[in-house]
Design a protein. Sequence first.
Length: 313
Amino acid sequence: GQKVVLITGCSSGIGLRIAVTLARDEKKRYHVIATMRDLKKKDKLVEAAGDAYGKTLMLLPLDVCSDESVRQCIDNVKDRHIDILINNAGVGLLGPLESISIEEMKRVFETNFFGVVRMIKEVMPDMKKRRSGHIVVMSSVMGLQGVVFNDVYTASKFAMEGFCESMAVQLMKFNIRLSMIEPGPVHTEFETKMMEDVAKMEYPGADADTVRYFKDVYLPSSIDIFEAMGQTPEDIANCTKKVIESNSPRFRNLTNSLYTPIVALKYADETGGLSVNTFYNLLFNFGPLMHITMSILKCLTCSCLRRRTISPN
Ligand code: NAD
C-alpha cells in the first residue's frame, strides 16, 4: 500500500518541492501530508501539486514550535500512522553576534532543534510499536562545518546532528531508520530576501570593523558561493526521494558535490586548523578569486566524501 509521509514547513522552498515530488510519484507510492503553520499560505503548494492535490496530497496545519499544534496534527492523521516523517521546517539567522539578541537565538533553536525533537517525540512511539518507520531530518552542510557569521544557525544544526547521531542507535534496534540530508546552498526565496534585509540593516552593538567584514566581505562572497554552487529545491527533493527509496539509506547524505571539499577539510585535519585557516583565507585573502578557489577545492575532493554525496539526477 501507500506510504504515509508527513512533511513540515511546506508553504515554500524545499518542503514545498519535496511534498510535490512525492505526491506526483508516477507509481503513486506516497500519501503526502503536507503541513504548514498557516494554511492561508497554501496556494503555491496547491498550484504546484496540480491534480495530486486532494488525491495523494493533503494539508494539515502544524507549528513545530507548539506542543499543542504538533499533538493535534498527529491526532488528525488516520490511526496516527506515519511511515516517513520529514523534518524540513527551519529558520536561518545571519549577522554579527553582537547584534543578535538571546531571544532571537532561542527562536532559532526552538524551530531548528526543539521543533524536530518535538516531532520525533510525538511520532516515534507509534513507529516503535510497529517496528518500522523512517525519520528524515533536513540538516545542512552547516550541521557539519561551521560558517562565519552563521554562528547560531550552524550551532542549531550541529545540535540536531548530535541528537540524531545518538537517536539513530536506539532507533535501529526498533527497525526505524534515521537519515540526515545535508544540502549546501539552495536557491529559495528565503535566501534572496535574507540577503536583501541583511544588507540594509545597521547592526547595533557591533563595532564598525565587524559590520564591514560582514557586509563588504562576507556577504559578497556568500552571494558568489550561492551563484557558483547553489542547488534548486528540486535537486534537494530528488535527493530526499532517493534516500527514502533506498533499501539501506545512509545516515548522512550530502547533496552537493561542489561543496564536499569544504566539508572534507575537516576530515583531512581533525585538529580543525585546516578548515579554520582555509575559511579565513577564503574570506579575507582570496575573496575576489572565490570562483577559482572553488574550482581548485573541487579538484581536491576527498573520495570518501564523494561517496557520501547523493546525486540529485
Ligand atoms: P524556506 O524559508 O523556504 O522554508 C522553511 C519553511 O519552514 C517555511 O515554509 C517556513 O514557513 C517553515 N517554518 C518556519 N518555522 C516553522 C514552524 N515553527 N512550524 C512550521 N513551519 C515552519 O527555506 P528552505 O531553504 O526551503 O528551508 C528548508 C530547510 O532546509 C530548513 O531546515 C533549512 O535550514 C534547510 N536548508 C536550507 C538551505 C538553503 O540554502 N536554503 C541549505 C541547507 C539546509
